[in-house]
Design a protein around this ligand. Sequence first.
Ligand code: C2E
Ligand code: MG
Ligand code: MG
Ligand code: MG
Length: 280
Amino acid sequence: HAKLGGRNTVQAYTGVLSEGLARRLELENGLRRAIERDELHLLYQPKMDLTRGRVVGAEALLRWTSPHHGAVSPAEFVPIAEACGLIGTIGDWVIRRACADIQTLEKAGSELVPIAVNLSPRQFRRQDLPGEIAAILETYGVRSDQLELELTESMLVEDAETAVAALSALKQLGLRLSIDDFGTGYSSLSYLKRFPIDYLKIDQSFVRDIPANSDDMAITKAIIAMGTSLGLKLIAEGVESEDQVRFLVGNGVLLGQGFHYARPLDRDTFAAFVARANGG
Ligand code: C2E
Ligand code: MG
Ligand code: MG
Ligand code: MG
């Protein structure tokens, strides 16, 4: 049956595979040197109070500019870093840089809002994560309630016992905890109520097609009902339109982030955005 596709098809297919593999290996090698070569930076996307138009927080989003590949999406390089064991170093760098930026903003007299960083599964599984974070907070003189961690559902369901213990240790430090991309994992009321979390972030895939898609609106309403009954605060991701804001606020979601308000911004542009929105 090899003849069916023919020799050229097989070669073309192999070519595609190795091209993908080559890129992956190049990215992996590039990532090993990305920190020392100063190729990583953070952007900050405002989290908004939807009814008052004020900034109530921010999400730090990692960017990598590779000399060979240009801007590489974190959706591509974070999983590679996770798989090849670099995420520990890179994740530490993210927390450190976010805290350094908080310190800089405070010294500049900016209004401080909590900054959220995204955690990867391996980072979350590290026994010494709470101690590591406590040391970084101390180094930069940052209060623990100024730092928030975003985790995904899949990180919590694998081993719920261990996850409860790990989350409790982070919560005891005084950090804010969010579940990111909520609704895309294996959520159930029974596990959610055991976790000491503060916020549910409604995944942008549900928000995207509001108000055109009635299924997405029904799912969003169900997530809101579930979160509210558990006493969690809700925040919508990927808010791009006034119609979406109206639907969300009408259904009790008071917080959101998305291109409707701001794209991820560099630190100083973010500070200027806060000053303008919050009237400082
Ligand atoms: P996420 O944590 O769910 O972040 C939200 C993503 O949605 C970001 O993509 C953000 O730029 C994008 N976004 C924000 N508002 C809108 C909008 O209105 N419309 C649309 N279409 N998109 C919007 P980004 O920055 O490319 O990050 C992608 C993912 O990479 C993140 O998803 C997160 O899972 C991961 N990531 C980013 N930075 C880090 C990091 O420092 N550490 C780890 N472990 N993961 C990170
Ligand atoms: Mg996030
Ligand atoms: Mg998300
Ligand atoms: Mg996402």
